[in-house]
Design a protein around this ligand. Structure first.
Ligand SMILES: N=C(N)NCCCCNCCCN
Ligand SMILES: [Mn+2]
Ligand SMILES: [Mn+2]
Length: 288
């Protein structure tokens, strides 16, 4: 299956299937044109794929070997340099094409900066958006661009999608007021608990799009990301939430965003690769 805007990249190590037959379809978007502090997320998709080469495909605590699952990788989006909206259009068109060819597939987007999640949500039209992030991402515009990575949750809210955010520890007063006014639930990182997550997400309509901005983890775990913040969540906090979602909600799509880095084996990419394997394994093991 060919798409207008994708090109072949480094592949995952284990056998992959054709996208038409896959349960999970991976797509990278190497775009970091609006990152505001540290660039490098353009290398995220390749760094994450490289980091998977370090990992066992067998997930011990699930007794699931993801090498035995039906996974496709359609490569990376050919980005429009400096244009986050047009690149997100390409993400949208590619995921729409994936769903036309294989309606049952679960698309997984590897970023690249968070602005590109908008393209995936526009394509999949979930009822709810659940995001783990250090940042509210509810700015109406940032650095004169309404499609800046700091605005993605605002644009998604404007689509009428219900939103819930966890691990938050950065934002502006205007963003907090917007969230309050628009019924957007968010939990500060210092108040996060699995119980708080379940309490909020239980009532969200399905299907759910799950987005993980890698900066939700503490900067000691993920130093290579565009806007790192101290005081983040632990890796297993997010895995536990993913397992609950896989058991209780239909998941429309998933992404891991804002992974930057310069070198093979970057800790941020390693954390992202492990999370990718746990997501795929949890859906395979627990989903209804
Ligand atoms: N969603 C995000 N990653 N937001 C980051 C926005 C920019 C925060 N720096 C503001 C610095 C002011 N001195
Ligand atoms: Mn963030
Ligand atoms: Mn974000």
């Amino acid at each position: 299956m060919e798409f207008l805007y994708t090109y072949e990249t480094l592949k995952l190590e284990f056998p992959l299937v054709e996208p038409e037959r896959a349960s999970f379809i991976i797509l990278g978007v190497p775009f970091d044109g609006t990152t505001s502090f540290k660039a490098g997320a353009r290398f995220g998709p390749t760094l994450i794929r490289q980091a998977t080469l370090n990992l066992e495909s067998y997930i011990l605590d699930y007794d699931v070997d993801i090498a035995e699952l039906s996974i496709a990788d359609v490569g990376d989006i050919a980005v429009v340099a400096g244009d986050s909206r047009r690149t997100a259009d390409r993400v949208r068109e590619t995921i729409e094409g994936i769903k036309r060819a294989n309606p049952g597939a679960l698309p997984i987007l590897l970023g690249g900066e968070h602005s590109q999640t908008l393209g995936a949500v526009e394509a999949l039209r979930p009822a709810s958006y659940v995001v783990f992030d250090a940042h509210l991402d509810l700015r109406d515009s940032y650095e004169d661009n309404p499609y800046n990575h700091a605005c993605v949750a605002r644009r998604i809210s404007e689509l009428g999608v219900k939103e819930a955010m966890f691990g938050i520890r950065s934002g502006t007063r205007e963003e907090v007021e917007f969230a309050e006014k628009n019924g957007i639930r968010w939990v500060h990182a210092r108040d996060y608990s699995f119980e708080a997550f379940v309490d909020i997400v239980s009532s969200l309509p399905e299907p759910v799009y799950l987005s993980v901005d890698i900066d939700v983890f503490d900067l000691s775990v993920v130093p290579s990301t565009g806007t790192p913040e101290a005081g983040g969540l632990a890796f297993w906090d997010v895995v536990e939430a993913i397992e609950w979602l896989a058991k209780k909600k239909r998941i429309a799509g998933f992404d891991i965003m804002e992974v930057a880095g310069e070198r093979l084996g970057d800790p941020t990419a390693l954390a992202a690769a492990k999370l990718l394997f746990y997501f795929i394994g949890a859906v395979a093991k627990f989903s209804r």
